[in-house]
Design a binder for this molecule. Structure first.
Ligand code: GLN
Length: 515
């Protein structure tokens, strides 16, 4: 069996799921070695001058679960049932990062908020129980913007998560913790959540892949709600395959989530093949004018976007500029809807049922007000106030209903576009990662980071942020491959074609930032 020493090995940190499973099955590496390697990298980072602050906690049973996986493998080898074991448990022994808003039974869950301090999840979210059944190991809890509200992972009671590529920059948010952990090789893959870009945006800033699947494809059971009609679990990985394999395990109807749906062609995710040359040449790609010509689009991001378009053209794909004026209203519609749903969802944090409580003994009304005043951070309070204002009887007609009308129009126009096109191509974000502290006091500026991501959530379509290049400061640039509802597998196959020709984009840290 492989050496289980604690030595920091970058090669172990860089293994893809497919590589690890092959080597593990052959007995050349153990889950314990892999897990301890991540712990060593995590500990080494904590001691560094500017720690990432990606993991808030490493689960105390991670190593023993890895030992259990090793033992399971050993017994199967003796019994001659290795094939069966690896068929049943396609993620056996693989450690993954968990965002702090996803329930892991017996573990703390705080949404990086004071109000949930001390709360322990009493059950596993469906995404966690499915990963556990497939043999994967929850490695630890990762930092996020409080209640997933933000675009930089700076609105957290635990302080910001730094960008592994440039530690003076933000990691992006709100799933910045799990993203930075994966980008810095502290986990194989990560779970994040999306309401309006929170997986794709940090993926873009940190130089890895981030998928927001079709709405409903991953169950939301056990995930703390922000804006329920938009919320979606998402996946982070250094290669399309590291996203595809967990997606295949996780997707499917869940009794506990009425919005859950199965994913067609998911058998193809077991071994993600690139799209054939012929299929690439037949792709029709739409470039919304509203994004290509957006004010505030950084020059370097625009350049990488041009290069990505050229790559598609070189494959024979047809690229057309399309006009979708309704996209200009996506961000306004998103914030009206997300904040209204948030105000309603967050009313459950009352100091009685979950987490921290401030009780001065002056009655229930005071307990409610005092707990919420002390427990929520300023950004969350701002959103609850705006959301309740939007929903108030006086304004719901002018704000909320208008937001919903715009959303319906976005859904309609985007799905009509996919009658003639296979893909929408656009940058994930107008800029690359910005400096820590740069936008934290300017909520409007922060909201504008979401300019290109929110239409995807409103339209409920899948979109993958692909690490497509670097800016002049060597910061990663992500480009989105967005497709029609339930085209998740095809998007990942297109990304696999990309990855085969740009294999270093996914390893911004290990290769020292080289292209
Ligand atoms: N940045 C967006 C917001 O603050 C998106 C957050 C998310 O997707 N969870 O609402």
């Amino acid at each position: 069996m492989a050496d289980n020493s604690l030595a920091v090995s970058l090669d172990l940190g860089k293994l893809t799921i497919q590589d690890f499973m092959r080597e593990f099955k052959a007995g050349k590496v153990s889950s314990k070695a892999l897990t301890e390697n991540f712990l060593a990298l995590y500990n080494q980072d904590r001691e560094s001058e500017l720690p990432l602050n990606a993991f808030l906690e490493i689960y105390d049973d991670a190593v023993s679960l890895a030992e259990k996986a090793d033992e399971e493998r050993r017994q199967a080898e003796v019994a001659g049932t290795l094939d069966k074991l690896f068929e049943e448990k396609p993620l056996l022994g693989i450690p993954f990062a968990v965002k702090d808003n996803i329930s892991v039974r017996g573990k703390h869950l705080t949404c990086s908020s004071k109000i949930l301090q001390g709360y322990v999840a009493p059950y596993d979210a469906t995404v966690i129980s499915r990963l556990k059944s497939a043999g994967a190991i929850p490695l630890g809890r990762c930092n996020m913007d409080e209640f997933a509200m933000g675009s930089s992972t700076e609105y957290s009671i635990y302080g910001p998560t730094r960008n592994p590529v440039d530690r003076n920059c933000v990691s992006g948010g709100s799933s910045g913790g799990s993203t930075a952990a994966v980008a810095a090789n502290q986990a194989v893959f990560g779970l994040g959540t999306e309401t309006g870009g929170s997986v794709r945006l940090p993926a873009s800033y940190c130089g890895i892949y981030g998928l927001k699947p079709t709405y409903g494809v991953l169950s939301r059971w056990g995930v703390v709600a922000y804006g329920s009609s938009l919320d979606q679990v998402g996946l982070l990985g250094r290669t399309p395959g590291d996203i595809g394999i967990p997606l295949g395990v996780l997707s499917g109807v869940d009794f506990y989530d009425d919005t859950s749906r199965d994913l067609p062609f998911k058998e193809e995710l077991k071994k993600l093949e690139p799209l054939s040359g012929e299929s690439m040449a037949s792709l029709r790609i739409a470039i919304p004018r509203q994004f290509a010509e957006a004010k505030g689009l950084n020059r370097d991001v625009a350049k990488v976007f041009e290069q990505t378009k050229d790559w598609f053209s070189s494959k024979g794909a047809v690229l057309d500029i399309v006009d979708l004026p309704v996209l200009d209203s996506a961000i306004a519609s998103y914030y009206v809807i997300a904040l209204s749903e948030a105000a309603s969802n967050l009313s459950r944090f009352d100091g009685v049922r979950y987490g921290a409580r401030v009780d001065n003994g002056t009655g229930y009304d005071d307990l409610y007000v005092d707990t919420r005043s002390a427990g929520f951070g300023p950004e969350v309070k701002r959103r609850i106030i705006i959301g309740n204002y939007v929903l108030s009887e006086q304004f719901s007609g002018t704000c909320y209903k208008k937001g919903m009308t715009v959303r319906a129009k976005i859904q309609e126009e985007v799905s009509r576009l996919f009658e003639n096109y296979d893909l929408i191509l656009c940058p994930t974000c107008p800029t690359t990662a910005f400096k820590l502290g740069q936008k934290v006091d300017d909520p409007l500026e922060m909201y504008l980071s979401d300019l290109f991501t929110t239409f995807v959530n409103l339209a409920r379509i899948p979109s993958l942020s692909v690490p497509a290049g670097r800016d002049s400061d060597n910061l990663p640039v992500g480009i989105q491959f967005a497709g029609a509802m339930f085209s998740d597998v095809r998007i990942l196959r297109i990304a696999q074609t990309w990855e085969n020709e740009h294999p270093y984009c996914g390893f911004p840290v290990c290769n020292g930032g080289a292209e």
